[in-house]
Design a protein around this ligand. Structure first.
Ligand SMILES: *Cc1c(COP(=O)(O)O)cnc(C)c1O
Length: 432
């Protein structure tokens, strides 16, 4: 048996051995050791309990340690945890595909499972390129995408991320150069800017022969800046894509499964993409799993003339992950989702709007179960993370943004504590 390490030893070893996301190996920011997580609470090794404002990067929508997802996974483990998906299939995957097809827009009918959000985006981009190749127009292999987007950290996904956030300068020469347009003007209720649409039309007129698809995050641009825009832009972009033979790809990895107040952000519009990526909250944040869902046009187009889609991850359709996703989707179906999220939105607004009076706050905005406080200056993690933990909350800011994406099971009092913590920490930054 291994000798048990003390908490201090674990934290020290972590510092020496482990990369953390977007964190220096020589000057790491502090990392807090988690001992337990349950419902909306994360308990640290010093027994401090934090209210979760992040849903662990927007995925743990039902809270931690949920009895029904736990039970589903335990039962699947006792049956089998994994079998290859080449030549074999199983109930958890079939059931999950069936559930997904029923809750996504009707035209979406075919499901490709993969391991993570980034991979599901790789799959979507490959599908679009292969679709046009099979259709006899192999020059169509580039993508249009708005600035301030985020689609993952692998190479093709990176090529459609915001050029600055996505570090295109650093990776120049290794990334495909795509067609960037400005991000959709922010403001959910602001009317569509016709000049914006005209510019896209112009770009398509000039370059449609080399463009396979248009990829974007519907309604909310997430990791690229937490920006909300009018869903009518989606209707207009759909129309342009149809006119110029360009496939429309929605990345719903962050927005999917209720976060914006509808099951999918695309439901705020009247249109359907050709390809949709989901991930993050798909398994209730229990284990990594993503899916790329397409209409028949894409699926049957690729399979035309004896074609097969050239992708097959080792852990494709992992039964354990699918069983977690099935349990998570059953929970979602049991909620009065629109009312639940609308109440979270109202409560977020109530408590975050107070930050508007602080001089170093540039903007406060809320949409669905997303609340954002934008500061005038970038945030220093070294400084702010311990202050937030001291306030008894788990919030992980980035750039100029301190934001909340809490689990859907959060109550009003907990949101109030999260809001107050943000207010207090910003005020204390001002004094220092
Ligand atoms: C998180 C995210 C991804 C990448 O997903 P991973 O599982 O981290 O690879 C892609 N697109 C969007 C919109 C995301 O929020």
């Amino acid at each position: 048996m291994l000798l048990q390490k003390t908490d201090e030893e674990l934290i020290q070893l972590d510092k020496e051995l482990l990369w953390h996301p977007y964190t220096s190996m020589s000057h790491p920011t502090p990392h807090f050791l988690v001992k337990k997580a349950e419902g909306t609470r994360i308990t640290l090794s010093n027994n401090k309990t934090l209210i979760d404002g992040m849903s662990s990067w927007w995925s743990v929508i039902h809270g931690y340690n949920h009895p029904s997802i736990n039970a589903a996974m335990k039962s699947q483990i006792d049956n089998f945890s994994h079998v290859m998906f080449g030549g074999l299939t199983h109930e958890p995957a079939v059931e999950l595909a069936d559930k997904l097809i029923k809750i996504t827009p009707t035209e979406l009918k075919r499901v490709f499972f993969s391991d993570s959000g980034s991979v599901s985006v790789e799959v979507a981009l490959k599908m679009a390129i292969q679709y046009w190749h099979t259709a006899g127009t192999p020059n169509k292999k580039k993508f249009i995408t708005p600035r301030n987007g985020y689609h993952g950290d692998t190479f093709a996904a990176m090529s459609v991320c915001d050029p600055i956030n996505g570090m295109h300068g650093l990776f120049k020469g290794t990334l495909t150069e795509q067609f960037f347009i400005p991000s959709p003007p922010t403001g959910i209720d602001l009317p569509v800017d016709e000049n914006y649409i005209d510019d896209i039309k112009q770009l398509m007129e000039n370059h449609h022969e080399e463009i396979a698809g248009f990829i974007l995050e519907p309604v909310v641009q997430n990791a690229g800046g937490m920006r909300f825009y009018n869903p009518m832009y989606l209707d207009r972009i759909r129309e342009l894509c149809d006119n110029f033979n360009i496939l429309l790809i929605f990345d719903e990895i962050a927005t999917g499964f209720g976060r914006t107040g509808k099951m999918f952000a695309t439901n705020h519009s009247s249109i359907t993409p050709d390809i949709m990526c989901v991930g993050k909250a798909l398994t209730g944040g229990y284990i990594t799993l993503a899916a790329t869902i397409t209409n028949d046009k894409v699926a049957l187009g690729i399979s035309d003339k004896g074609g097969v889609f050239m992708h097959g991850p080792t852990f494709m359709g992992n039964p354990l992950a699918c069983s977690a996703a099935n349990a998570s989707l059953s929970l979602l179906a049991s909620y009065d989702l629109e009312n639940l999220i609308s109440n979270i939105e109202t409560t977020l607004k109530k408590h975050l709007n107070k930050c508007k009076t602080l001089p170093n706050v540039a903007d406060v905005r809320c949409f669905g179960a997303i609340g954002v406080v934008e500061l005038t200056n970038p945030i220093d993690h070294h400084q702010i993370q311990p202050l937030l933990v001291e306030q008894g909350v788990w919030i992980r800011p980035f750039g100029k943004l301190i934001y909340l994406m809490p689990p859907f099971i959060i109550n009003d009092q907990e949101i109030e504590v999260l809001g107050k913590a943000i207010y207090n920490v910003i005020s204390s930054l001002e004094q220092s």
